[in-house]
Write a protein that binds this ligand. Structure first.
Ligand code: ZN
Length: 242
């Protein structure tokens, strides 16, 4: 079994479609999504539908909770708030109910998945060794999957002195040794300077996780953002991967 591990799709259908096609070509049979499935992007309903069709295992991110009204937008920056309210107006009642029903954490086998961190699932950005130590303390499985930062990363426990390593395309991580925290990056809104859509592929048989980047029709997404009346900056940042 191979599992595509994705996060922060942010209603970017073109990026999601390209990633799923790439993952299928590598033998993907299942999808796990670490939250922020909607928000910012122009296709929240279609993205949700694509993941539901695949019976994806999902957790809630802050943007998902804002989109369904479970969280206010007071803590959001103005552009994020505007997009969240647009998303809330766009989704149907049943789509909102689906988002509202998502858990904050999910565990499957050796993996626990959460959007931010285990101590603060909706809000905390896991960026420092101190935060990684706190995560490892709460982590009951060998591996955890986080999103939220939009930065692809693997954190090695390394005897209690966590090493934060940025992931480069076609890196393969061998599982079975120390405990790890994995971040697949922001599929629908990369922020590490590479505009291609990032994802991880977990191959159960070989006990490896590999990191991949997939080009997609950024211009198409950008046009949809403009046509939807969403802030133009949200399209521009996709081109830069920032
Ligand atoms: Zn996000």
């Amino acid at each position: 079994m191979s599992i595509a591990i994705i996060s922060d799709v942010h209603a970017n259908l073109e990026a999601l479609t390209a990633v799923l096609r790439d993952a299928e070509g590598r033998g993907e049979t299942q999808v796990w999504c670490a939250g922020d499935t909607v928000g910012y992007g122009p296709d929240p309903a279609a993205v949700l539908d694509a993941l539901v069709q695949r019976d994806a295992m999902m957790v809630a991110g802050n943007h998902d909770l804002a989109a369904c009204g479970k969280m206010g937008v007071e803590e959001f920056n103005p552009v994020a708030a505007e997009a969240a309210l647009w998303t809330r107006r766009t989704l149907s009642e049943s789509e909102c109910a689906l988002l509202a029903s998502l858990p904050l954490t999910r565990t499957s086998g050796d993996f626990t998945m959460v959007h931010g961190t285990l101590r603060q699932p909706e809000w905390e950005y896991l960026l420092t060794p101190e935060q990684a130590i706190a995560q490892f303390e709460l982590q009951a499985t060998p591996y955890s999957i986080v999103g939220h930062t939009h930065l692809p990363m693997v954190v090695r426990e390394d005897g209690g002195r966590p090493a934060m390593l940025r992931l480069l395309p076609d890196t393969t991580i061998e599982l079975g040794g120390e405990r790890l925290i994995l971040n697949p990056g922001g599929l629908g809104q990369p922020r590490d300077g590479d505009p291609r859509a990032p994802y991880l592929l977990y191959d159960e048989e070989s006990a490896t996780v590999s990191f991949h980047r997939v080009p997609y029709d950024i211009g198409g997404t950008r046009r949809k953002i403009r046509d939807a009346g969403l802030p133009e900056w949200l399209g521009a940042r996709l081109e830069r991967g920032q």
